[in-house]
Design a protein around this ligand. Structure first.
Ligand SMILES: [Zn+2]
Length: 530
């Protein structure tokens, strides 16, 4: 298949080049669009700016904006073009084409054809990498196809191809050194405003990465929840959204537009469920000259992680713990904690094989953020010992600073979301031990498991009762805001608004809201310079 696209393109170019289709009267021949998977359809190429597309096709028939994602439709010649833009609702001059697709009536030439059977497409490109709600994806070709009820192709979208890697490379030690960061003084610090109060905000749970590190079954799960019109285009912008410095949609733009001054970016070794982001990639982003903020601090800090696969080999475990340690040894200015996700890494909270990671945390004085609560991703562990922090109690006590192991601060990510037992044990554990903190990303989930451990179809979103309970138990000073974003541009502002309005609604004072949004984070992590 690899050769077919270039040969067809060449063939079409030759046709035009030798003038074979010049009309009798000498005028230009009727233009035939060519689809080149991963690159272009007709005159529209990925990477073109909005003015370039307008010059080629004129004014579009419709423009539909959604949070810096602008969908433009041309009934003639039957194309839909997806731009990202600096403006949330309009095409900026620097708006850029991320994907282009054929409408059902478009006439074009290329390696694929409207009406082509799925079996024929799969004979060409191999089995579809992703199959979600009538759309199939061939990721290394950069091609999505929407199918009708008879599995015949109706529309095609092209976007930059990528290759999904199955697992991370060997865990490597840090390779950069602390350096002085320039101060970005031309910008102002972003703030979040609500009911006349200005809040400083840190989002301490942000996922970064590359498309190549994503698990396709996890992507398929996410696609099952996306609005229908965006299905064809997901891979076109997903990489930008998880790039800290991505154009238009990247996390730095995203946080700024949400009124958030600083972020904490996470490495992860969750290659069984969602995907992986290696410490080395995170290090490169933290070391980037763009990692600056008007207040003179780094714009973002990072939590390193550890690959637990194959950890039963003592030599492997030791090498990984050493590699993890190196990030705190050599870059304490930007690496400020550890991220673990037991349910995704298929490790139970109390398994002694994995406790060495807390010795590293104690040695360098860095907090550990752990996933707690239900995760809906395929292949994640669904038994409570992987996500209910009740089974973490012994570890929390062992590392409370009074049992000879040093002290570690534990942050319970998502406060046990989705399971009434896990929510209760998170709050109980925080009430019992002062080295436990509650992190409140994604707590707006309904219950899917009740107090007895039985499955339920909860209807009430749990964030208000959780925030109320935190206040009632006097735990506001150990509660920390986070979003678990970015997911899509605009999502973080929405979640921040929901958390702030809910906290205010259940009686948090502005001072208490400020504690949750940033002050507690600084007290817990103590990033240098702050
Ligand atoms: Zn997360």
């Amino acid at each position: 298949m690899c050769l077919r696209v270039p040969i067809l393109t060449l063939f079409v170019a030759l046709l035009f080049g030798c003038g074979a289709e010049t009309a009798d009267d000498g005028s230009a021949p009727p233009s035939v669009m060519t689809l080149v998977s991963g690159a272009s359809i007709g005159p529209v190429r990925i990477g073109m700016t909005a003015p370039e597309v307008m010059a080629a096709l004129g004014e579009p028939d419709s423009v539909t904006p959604f949070n810096r994602l602008i969908t433009v439709k041309y009934s003639e010649p039957g194309l839909e073009v997806i731009f990202t833009s600096s403006d949330a609702v309009a095409l900026s001059d620097d708006a850029r084409v991320r994907s282009v697709s054929t409408l059902p009536w478009a006439e074009f030439e290329g390696p694929v054809a409207t009406g082509q059977a799925r079996t024929s497409l799969e004979a060409e490109y191999g089995p579809a990498d992703i199959d979600a709600r009538g759309v199939i994806y061939f990721v290394s070709a950069g091609l999505a196809v929407s199918l009708d009820a008879d599995d015949k192709a109706v529309r095609f979208a092209v976007w930059p191809p990528f290759t999904a890697l199955e697992k991370p490379a060997l865990m490597l030690p840090a390779q950069t050194r602390v350096k002085d960061l320039p101060v970005q003084s031309e910008e102002e610090m972003p703030f979040f405003e609500f009911k006349g109060e200005r809040y400083e905000v840190v989002d301490m749970h942000l996922h970064i990465g590359k498309l190549s590190g994503q698990v396709l079954s996890g992507v398929e799960y996410l696609l099952g929840r996306l609005p229908e019109p965006s299905l064809l285009y997901f891979p076109a912008t997903a990489g930008l959204v998880i790039d800290p410095y991505g154009e238009h949609l990247g996390i730095k733009h995203h946080l700024r537009s949400a009124g958030i001054g600083h972020g904490v970016l996470l490495a992860s070794y969750t290659q069984k469920t969602i995907g992986f982001t290696e410490n080395r990639l995170l290090e490169a982003y933290l070391d980037d000259p763009r990692n600056t903020s008007p207040d003179g601090l780094p714009w973002s800090w990072g939590l390193a992680s550890i690959n637990f696969d194959g950890f039963d080999n003592p030599a492997v475990a030791e090498a990984r713990l050493d590699a993890l340690s190196s990030y705190f040894e050599t870059r304490p200015d930007v690496f400020i904690g550890i991220k673990l996700a037991h349910a995704h890494q298929a490790v139970s909270f109390e398994d002694p094989l994995y406790l060495g990671v807390y010795d590293v945390a104690a040695r360098y004085g860095v907090p550990v953020l752990l996933h707690t609560g239900i995760t809906p991703f395929p292949n994640a562990m669904s038994e409570a010992e992987y996500y209910d922090p009740a089974s973490l109690a012994a570890v929390v006590e062992a590392y409370d600073g009074e049992h000879g192991n040093g002290r570690v601060d534990f942050l319970l990510g998502h406060t046990g979301r989705g399971d009434a037992r896990a929510i209760r044990s998170s709050i109980e554990l925080a009430a019992a031990k002062d080295n436990v903190w509650l992190e409140i990303s994604l707590i707006d989930a309904v219950l899917s498991v009740d107090e007895n451990g039985d499955p339920v179809d909860g209807t009430e979103k749990m964030h208000r009762p959780i925030l109320e309970e935190i206040k009632a138990r006097g735990l506001i000073d150990r509660t920390i805001f986070a979003s678990d974003g970015p997911q899509y541009f605009g999502k973080i502002r929405g979640y921040l608004s929901l958390m702030v309005s809910s906290m205010v609604a259940v009686g948090y004072t502005p001072e208490e809201v400020q504690m949750v949004l940033a002050d507690n984070f600084y007290r817990c992590f103590q990033p240098p310079g702050r």
